[in-house]
Design a protein around this ligand. Structure first.
Ligand code: FES
Length: 103
């Protein structure tokens, strides 16, 4: 189901913001015109990915530097080996929604 997450304007141009939706910590990022949502918890050692830097469709974990693909959640490099969950997003009326708890 779709859940309201954040005002679109509250997502910084070059970084992320962390929100809790239905008990899940989700990191939202702006990359150009696109907004991406992934689990806020790095699969390596639990750092908050919303504090990482965004570049060319990836976020780099702020603790040990593992890059993750923002579209697929794929762990693209050391030291993370497990992908992060991704969430579908949509923006309506300046509000970003994420899709959670389906199935
Ligand atoms: S906690 Fe993210 S790479 Fe180690």
């Amino acid at each position: 189901m779709w859940r309201e997450a954040v005002e679109s304007d509250d997502i910084p141009e070059s970084g992320g913001v962390s929100v809790f939706v239905d008990g899940e910590a989700i990191a939202l990022f702006r990359d150009g015109d696109e907004i991406h949502a992934v689990s806020d918890t790095c699969t390596h050692a639990g750092a908050s990915l919303s504090e990482g830097g965004v570049r060319d469709g990836t976020v780099r974990c702020p603790r040990h530097g593992a890059p993750f693909d923002l579209r697929t959640g794929e762990a693209l490099g050391y030291p993370a080996t497990e992908d992060v969950r991704v969430y579908e997003t949509k923006t309506e009326g300046g509000v970003v929604y994420v899709r959670v708890n389906d199935g």
